[in-house]
Write a protein that binds this ligand. Structure first.
Ligand SMILES: Cc1ncc(COP(=O)(O)O)c(C=O)c1O
Length: 370
């Protein structure tokens, strides 16, 4: 079976994780802080502006809580996203406002954000679908104009670019990354939050350690606090040394990962371009490290079954949130409805090769010619 997605693990990862185990210091400690410093170097930011957490979902939850909004406040979220984006709003005790997406980008457009002006929405979870970042300046401007705080759900877009050469935005927004088992780099499970606003980050540093004040400082010395104060609710969201060790070795190979993902996507693009029943939703100019490869196709379910029977795993990113009972909405989402009927995610991961991409494209050609 050709897998839809997977991590890519080599000897450097085994060695790095074994080193953490050998140190017999497994909780959050100096390795976690080293990972944060290396992440900051990679993102070209000050380590003060960033902190790690144990999942992308906790990154989103922490980011929302760090805004200290009155509860419940209205927070917008695209209808086409992973349920984590919605749950982070619900677990913070806020009210989700689900909005439709642009069918070409699968993301919320700046026009949609402008229409939220006056709706009472105070924040938006903006999901960078597939690992791309489309029209970031327009999105950020529309949010600013509408008085909406921008939380970037960059779970899929670690290593992609915002503006020219910057990997992170130079504004007052928050960026949340995921390093789960299949992301652009993996910690096994892990996440990180970035913001230019150090107040948000400092608040999250305590929040991730049950609200224990300044425990991050103690743990960076391999120590922990025994006498402390707690002012706010906090969660057990810190990143362990084992997960950080894997993140360190994965980050060191990021350039290789990005190059391989770009080459595989270029191969798909070349081979699928002549098929009129298939359209690529890839945006090359907005993607430095593609996370998933999504096509818009006719007879999606039949094609999916055909590929599955021929040992090719595919996915659907995503079923609309509005289909879930928990979303509690009666609104219409015409774009999302259409998107959901036509999108198909083809295999993309670092251990895939061009021969397998050719096999997948030949099967798609065969399906439409029969
Ligand atoms: C768009 C999006 N947001 C949030 C998450 C949650 O990240 P994690 O799995 O690290 O909790 C994911 C993970 O798949 C995601 O794709």
């Amino acid at each position: 079976m050709i897998r839809l997605s997977k991590c890519s693990i080599d000897e450097t990862d085994y060695d790095s994780v074994a080193g953490a185990l050998r140190s017999e210091y497994l909780g959050m400690g100096p390795l976690t802080i080293e990972f944060e410093q290396k992440l900051a170097l990679f993102l070209n930011c000050d380590p003060e502006n960033l902190c790690t957490v144990n999942t992308g979902t906790s990154a989103l939850h922490a980011a929302i809580e760090s805004l200290r909004l009155p509860k419940p406040s209205k927070i917008a979220v695209p209808n086409i996203t992973y349920v984590a984006s919605l749950q982070s709003i619900l677990m913070s005790g806020h009210e989700p406002v689900i909005v439709d997406v642009d069918p070409k980008t699968l993301e919320v457009s700046s026009e949609t954000i402008s229409h939220l002006n006056g709706s009472g929405v105070v924040a938006l979870i903006h999901v960078h679908h597939s690992g791309k970042i489309v029209n970031y300046e327009n999105i950020a401007d529309a949010c600013k104009y509408a008085g909406i705080t921008l939380i970037n759900d960059a779970a899929q877009s670690f290593g992609s670019y915002y503006l020219k050469d910057n990997r992170i935005p130079n504004d007052n927004s928050i960026v949340c990354f995921s390093f789960d088992g299949i992301k652009n780099i993996t910690c096994g499970e892990g996440g990180a939050v970035f913001s230019n606003n150090v107040d948000f980050i400092n608040w999250i540093k305590d929040f991730r350690l049950l609200g224990v004040q300044n425990d991050t400082l103690a743990r960076s010395r391999g120590d922990r606090s025994f006498q402390f104060n707690v002012k706010d609710t906090g969660f057990r969201y810190h990143l362990s040394s084992i997960n950080a060790a894997l993140g360190l070795s994965q980050l060191a190979r990021f350039d290789f990962f990005a190059k391989k993902r770009l080459e595989l996507v270029a191969e798909y693009e070349k081979q699928l371009v002549m098929l009129d029943k298939v359209q690529s939703l890839y945006h090359p100019q907005c993607t430095a490290c593609p996370h998933i490869y999504v096509i818009w196709c006719e007879n999606r379910n039949e094609l999916r079954d055909f590929l599955n029977k021929n040992d090719v795993q595919t996915g659907i990113h995503y079923q609309p949130l509005s289909y879930l009972d928990v979303s509690n909405t009666n609104s219409d989402f015409p774009n999302s409805e259409k998107v959901f009927q036509h999108i198909l995610t083809l295999p993309l991961h670092v251990d895939l090769d061009a021969v397998e991409v050719t096999k997948i494209c030949e099967l798609i050609r065969l399906f439409y010619s029969s």
